[in-house]
Ligand binder design. Sequence first.
Ligand code: NAP
Length: 254
Amino acid sequence: MRRMLILGGTTEARALAEQLAPRRDLAVTLSLAGRTANPVAQPVPVRSGGFGGAQGLAAYLVRERIDLLIDATHPYAAIMSAHAVAAARSAGVSLLALRRAPWIAVAGDRWIEVADGRAAVQALGEAPRRVFLALGRNDLAPFTAAPQHFYLVRSVDPVEPPLAVPHARYLTGRGPFVQADEHDLLAAHNVEIVVCKNSGGDATYGKIAAARALGRTVVMLRRPALPAVPAVATIADALAWINHGHAPSAARDV
Ligand code: NAP
């Protein structure tokens, strides 16, 4: 029986685990960063929390006799992805990345692409604006440098303590978020600018489509550079890679 570790926290990691859970030739464990208070139930055994860097992950791979490592983390989890490469190499374990394709701007989109949160603050400008921060709660700190704006903040878990800004409203919610609801949300709060990551996938695309329909600006944080490893973009391709002896030729860098 082959032993597999999926680095998760994404819809894709869960969906892949669901496909693999019934298999008798694989023992699958899913790893979560452990930051969400009430994580979604998973179809395979879960371990939670950091490994203690690349060395800690390498030690885990050896100790747990893992044969296959799947990096199905969020496309912005660049540290974890780099650790996965180093640990897989050091432990002699096969590695595949499952990476969602990014969204591409289409006609009608008004995107300003920026490198990081600080650049996003710059892009908002000096004049007070009404801004929807659709970012993880760990990515909000730079916006305290621009307290003149109104912020509508949505996160999975409550933002505590709240941001040190005078005008903010907080929502909690876990996707998927459909376009009609996102449209209503942007309209109800007179949002002028949406700030978000290029997460890709359908679950959080609603706000992008809604911003386009309303003619609103999107400040899009660019994806971080990720290590060049064998990678696939879909669950089907990941399954093909797993089933065909995990040959790197079955995958491509994405
Ligand atoms: P990161 O910055 O790449 O990772 C930081 C540390 O968190 C890692 O070094 C590792 O700790 C731990 N870690 C991350 N993913 C892990 C996993 N699946 N299992 C065990 N430990 C894990 O990634 P991040 O802090 O999770 O997030 C970076 C960006 O991705 C943020 O913008 C966040 O909003 C977004 N994001 C992440 C997730 C997720 O589930 N990770 C989900 C949605 C969005 P050690 O070094 O101690 O091993």
